[in-house]
Design a protein around this ligand. Structure first.
Ligand SMILES: [Zn+2]
Length: 480
């Protein structure tokens, strides 16, 4: 759930100029010419589900050049990488980078501010005032950067984001070296960055233009939800996404009252309304999709639109029903996993989310065979890539795809012995087992250390923001 700030824009906070594609040319984002990952168990997530013990991954530039089985010689023309660019993955699982299909990264600065409350109390008494007083470019940059560090260190290489100050979201993702699906966002009332949906969209094409060929930013358009945003504004946002053949994100049917609110606004329920403007198509991300009927599942499946399943956020906010994920998958709907915002989860560890997704489905149906481990791991990789319409680029370890690669160390008591990799990946691995992360051919985490940004400084900035957050909350509590 994204908090909804109905506030006047705050004064501009200090901010560095927005990043653009020119960042790609900086030494930080230039991948090494070649990389070798050897000796690990490669979990490819290719269509055949191949798992190669002791295989080798060859990376050239930003792409996977080859996936070699055990003992296969390197191609004679493959440029020999330096020792620093050779990664020994012995004892580790080599998996595709995980894909987080829904969240609001900057809200990490509000994590743990308030929990265990009814949604509206949580929003109105805690999150709204904090956002109204604090959300500004530097807040979004620092919060997104903090989340990017957390995501990278727990194996996420792509995240879809929906928040304010789009250029700051993109700049933080670029600085951290993580792939981000992000961009313009509309909602039916004033936000910290724009007074109206029209104002937000007025300059939005510029963002889409600047990032359309960026190596790690996928420009995308978001509309908050049909219960907060007029259908005309949702349609205008979708048109922008269509113009750029970009992903389109929207919250849909997280709450049982959403259909009634949508009918009140436009005379149509959520899925009907989205259908009426043609917004159901591949690359449209329906975040949550809990309250779907069988008929709606069939209709969505016919369009190619995808679902972002956020089991932990749903459970924590007391959504009293599990999203019908197994039915959606059976109908052919692409389904990925999402963490939702860090203030409503409260972590960004997709391994944790996989565990929760598998167990919630079994608990809700009373059937332990629902959502087996391999299915859930596919949701966190290729499924998520398909939801974001990026499956030709990411989601599996196959020749020609972008080199988004994660190494998971299984040499610890809780992961020993290892019989079935999918079982461990879904039920036993934690984000802290991730040792190495490669995004777009560039090593961004090695030996559990983030190489792109100063993690201590990022955390120090977050603690400084916490002081401001506490001031806001305390002043409000005393009636000021
Ligand atoms: Zn959300």
């Amino acid at each position: 759930m994204l908090a909804l700030s109905s506030c006047t824009p705050p004064p501009d906070a200090p901010s560095r100029p927005p990043s653009g594609p020119q960042s790609a040319a900086s030494p930080q984002t230039t991948p090494p010419t070649s990389l070798l990952v050897t000796g690990g168990t490669i979990v490819t997530m290719d269509p055949a589900g191949a798992i190669l013990e002791g295989g080798t991954l060859l990376v050239e530039g930003d792409r996977i050049a080859a996936v070699l089985p055990t003992g296969a010689p390197l191609p004679p023309d493959f440029p020999r990488p330096s020792a620093a660019a050779t990664i020994d993955a012995t004892g580790q699982l080599v998996i595709p980078g995980l894909v987080n299909t829904h969240g609001h990264a900057a809200m990490s600065l509000l994590r743990g501010l308030a929990d265990d409350l009814p949604l509206l109390t949580w929003l109105k008494d805690h999150i709204f005032p904090a956002e109204a007083a604090l959300v500004a470019p530097d807040f979004v940059y620092q919060g997104t950067l903090l989340s990017a560090v957390e995501m990278l260190k727990s194996g996420t290489t792509t995240f879809a984001d929906m928040y304010y100050f789009r250029d700051e979201m993109a700049r933080a993702a670029i600085d951290a070296g993580i792939r981000a699906v992000t961009g313009p966002h509309v909602i039916g009332f004033p936000t910290p960055d724009f007074a109206s949906p029209e104002e937000s969209l007025a300059g939005a094409a510029d963002f889409m233009e600047r990032y359309r060929d960026h190596p790690t930013i996928v420009p995308a358009v978001a509309a908050h939800a049909l219960y907060t945003t007029p259908l005309e504004a949702v349609a205008a946002a979708f048109e922008l996404a269509e113009r750029y053949d970009a992903p389109f994100q929207i919250h849909a049917l997280e709450d049982p009252t959403e259909n009634a609110q949508s009918i009140e606004r436009s005379g149509m329920g959520v899925i009907d309304a989205l259908e009426s403007i043609g917004a159901l198509r591949p690359g449209t991300v329906l975040a949550h999709s809990v309250y779907l009927t069988d008929d709606e599942i069939a209709r969505i499946a016919a369009t190619g639109a995808g679902m972002a399943h956020n089991p932990q956020s749903n459970m924590k906010l007391g959504v009293a029903r599990a999203s019908p994920v197994a039915q959606a998958l059976a109908a052919g709907i692409p389904v990925g996993l999402g963490t939702d915002g860090p203030a409503s989860n409260n972590d960004l560890d997709l391994f944790d989310e996989m565990d929760a997704a598998a167990k919630l489905a079994k608990f809700a149906t009373g059937d332990p065979s629902v959502l087996p481990a391999e299915t859930v791991f596919r949701m966190a990789t290729m499924g998520g890539a398909r939801v974001l319409d990026l499956h030709d680029r990411i989601g599996s370890l196959e020749s020609g795809k972008r080199a988004d690669i994660v190494l998971v160390d299984t040499r610890r008591a809780g992961l020993t012995p290892l019989y079935r990799v999918y079982s461990h990946l879904v039920y036993a691995v934690r984000g802290s087992d991730v040792t190495t992360v490669i995004v777009n051919g560039r090593i961004v985490v090695r030996d559990r250390q983030v190489l792109t940004v100063d993690e201590d400084a990022v955390m120090a900035n977050a603690r400084e923001f916490a002081t401001r957050v506490r001031d806001v909350v305390e002043n409000r509590g005393s009636g000021n």
